[in-house]
Design a binder for this molecule. Structure first.
Ligand SMILES: N[C@@H](CCC(=O)N[C@@H](CS)C(=O)NCC(=O)O)C(=O)O
Length: 219
């Protein structure tokens, strides 16, 4: 696996997950910015849709040693693929039950929170329904994070599942950042906040943070 190119956006949580996976596995990649707001959203251009018909970031491209060009989208399958090809350091526990629990936590974010407050959904809520997109986004974050706090609590050690960083942490940290953008009060989720602080001490989490990306907009 060489010449890795990640089409992504600094503040996209799904992009951030894959950046985390690549940094945790120590894989170098070229950062290809896709601006989700400029030019009507560069994810909507014909050129990008040829790479990813869902019009979302991230998309990962790479070349195999024999020259075969490869491409994947959807952050969790990308992360699962990286895990299978580069098993160490692992971000899935060996124990099968804990592995399923880790995937469950990841899915609570991936399918239970993020899609309900994704940019295209919010644009539709505001543009078509003339409704309060911020309140909508906050609602799904609160509902999901409440569930996540309850689900993580009995499993947590230093991180979401015991003392090793996992797919669950990779999904959690970007989602908490997203929740703050909706002005969600995070104090009811002390376990999640404690885990976020532990993750933020790790070099991979620091390197993958939106503010450190080349397309980050100044505050
Ligand atoms: N399930 C997808 C979600 C991808 C996704 O929704 N990406 C967002 C950014 S976090 C996006 O590209 N949104 C563009 C839009 O809504 O127009 C994944 O995990 O990759």
């Amino acid at each position: 696996m060489k010449a890795l190119r990640l089409h992504n956006y600094w503040r996209s949580s799904a992009s951030w997950r894959v950046r985390l996976g690549l940094h945790l596995k120590g894989l170098k990649f070229e950062y290809v910015p896709v601006h989700l707001l400029q030019d009507g959203g560069q994810q909507n251009t014909e050129a990008y849709r040829a790479l990813n018909p869902m019009r979302t970031v991230p998309t990962l491209e790479w070349t195999e040693d024999d020259g075969t060009a490869r491409r994947l989208s959807q952050s969790l399958p990308i992360l699962e693929y990286l895990e299978a090809r580069f098993p160490s350091p692992a971000f899935l526990p060996k124990d099968l039950y804990l592995q399923a629990k880790t995937r469950m936590l990841a899915e609570m974010v991936n399918s239970g929170i993020q899609p309900l407050q994704n940019l295209a959904v919010l644009q539709r809520i505001k543009g078509e329904l003339k409704a309060d997109d911020k309140a909508w986004g906050a609602h799904w974050n609160v509902r999901g994070l409440e569930a996540l706090e309850a689900a993580v609590k009995p499993l947590a050690g230093r991180y979401c599942v015991g003392d090793e960083v996992s797919l669950a942490d990779i999904c959690l940290v970007p989602q908490l950042y997203g929740a703050r953008r909706f002005a969600v009060d995070l104090t009811p989720y002390p376990t999640l906040l404690r885990i976020e602080a532990a993750c933020n001490e790790l070099p991979a989490f620091q390197a993958a943070h939106p503010d450190r990306q080349p397309d980050a907009a100044p505050a």
